[in-house]
Design a binder for this molecule. Structure first.
Ligand code: SAM
Length: 247
């Protein structure tokens, strides 16, 4: 039976964000393409009134993982039926509904993140690990994750059958010195390693090259290059770490 289409003139559904994300990712570039790939990434979901009522999260602390439904607010409000997943090198096309593309109808995203802590001293702040969300992302809903209902490791996953491969990452002596001076130096080194291991460069860039790339993490611009690592492999080398605080 064909579903009854909404009558003409039915207003689009309007939704009210329940909160906003504060994250280690000031920019979209370089953010891992799925949650859990960079567990060192810190984020905080700050609930906004009237949803910042501690009663609304009573019992949530007994769950370790949450589903976040959010809006790709930095994606244009337009979509195409076919998209080019980076996982396929940026050339092959698949249907938008066969992808986790950020360019989709209604611009809705879904991420499974780890809940580290709930802070209800002033409103409600949920400290999260491993989120793949840019700073400022509006969140529409939170749901506790139910592994007995939602975990299907046997499932088929099309063109993305497993987590992306990771590249080795190393640091120049100067960047090691910069990290050593920072109070968050250890967590930052792990964050940089985990983010760069995903190879944030455009999908068609695979080999060593002289070009320097920059990815924004926390208050820093982390600059790196792809260098040869033996005959036919590469590693990413952090060559400069620049503070952009107040930039
Ligand atoms: N896990 C989610 C999903 O499957 O719906 C997101 C997957 S999407 C491929 C992940 C990418 O979305 C990140 O690498 C980042 O570049 C982008 N992104 C994160 N937050 C965004 C936002 N608020 N607006 C637009 N793009 C965003």
């Amino acid at each position: 039976m064909n579903p009854t289409p909404p009558p003409p003139g039915t207003p689009g559904l309007s939704m009210t964000p329940i909160g906003v994300i504060e994250s280690d990712y000031p920019d979209k570039f370089g953010i891992p393409r799925q949650p859990g790939l960079a567990t060192a990434a810190r984020a905080c979901l700050v609930l906004t009134p009237p949803f910042d009522d501690p009663l609304a999260v009573r019992g949530l602390e007994t769950f370790s993982h949450l589903w976040l439904t959010f809006v790709f607010h930095q994606s244009p409000p337009r979509w195409t039926p076919l998209v080019r997943p980076p996982r396929l090198g940026g050339n092959a096309k698949v249907g938008v509904f066969a992808s986790r593309s950020t360019h989709r109808p209604n611009r809705l995203g879904l991420s499974l993140v780890e809940l580290l802590e709930i802070d209800t001293r002033r409103g409600v702040r949920l400290r999260l690990s491993g989120a793949d969300l840019v700073h400022g992302t509006p969140v529409l809903d939170i749901k506790p994750y139910l592994p007995w209902a939602e975990s299907h490791p046997e499932a088929r996953a099309g063109f993305a059958p497993a987590a992306p491969s990771r590249l080795p990452v190393d640091f120049s002596p100067a960047t090691e010195a910069t990290l050593a001076e920072r109070p968050d130096g250890d967590s930052l080194r792990e964050l940089i390693r985990q983010v760069l291991a995903q190879d944030p460069r455009p999908a068609y860039r695979t080999g060593a090259e002289s070009r320097t790339y920059g990815v924004r993490l926390r208050d820093l611009d982390v600059r790196f290059r792809a260098v040869a690592d033996g005959a036919d492999s590469i590693r990413l080398r952090v060559v400069e770490i620049v503070s952009v605080r107040g930039a």
